[in-house]
Design a protein around this ligand. Sequence first.
Ligand code: MG
Length: 155
Amino acid sequence: MRIGMGYDVHRLTEGRKLILGGVDIPYEKGLLGHSDADVLIHAVMDALLGAAGLDDIGKHFPDTDERYRGISSIRLLEYVRELLKAQGLAVGNIDATVIAQRPKMRPYIDQMRKNMADALEIPVENINVKATTEEGLGFTGEGLGIAAQAICLIS
Ligand code: MG
């Protein structure tokens, strides 16, 4: 068994969609980034790549590469699944936390889990998503950005 962790932050800005766990969440702002800036999936991918000893998403999907402009991070997660598969590695479970002051994540959590489980071809029970605020403190608390953390086991 191997363990991995991932962490990511993206800035909230007007004129962008808010995509988290592959769910398009209605909100006045969205996350800025080269891809769809799905901070949750980015943290999950970094956890998986870390566990596999395969560097990080910055290496596999550089933000200077036009192929990844605006790409759905679900597609990138599928690519990571294939990288792990090629190494004979299977995903055990994943636990992740989205850190955001707003919007409320609860209504979207189950769909996020399903989207990521489908992309990874694992049972939805093996992927957990939580959400928390930071009580108005710091950049997430001030609504300037959203952070995500993830941890996983692979074997
Ligand atoms: Mg990112």
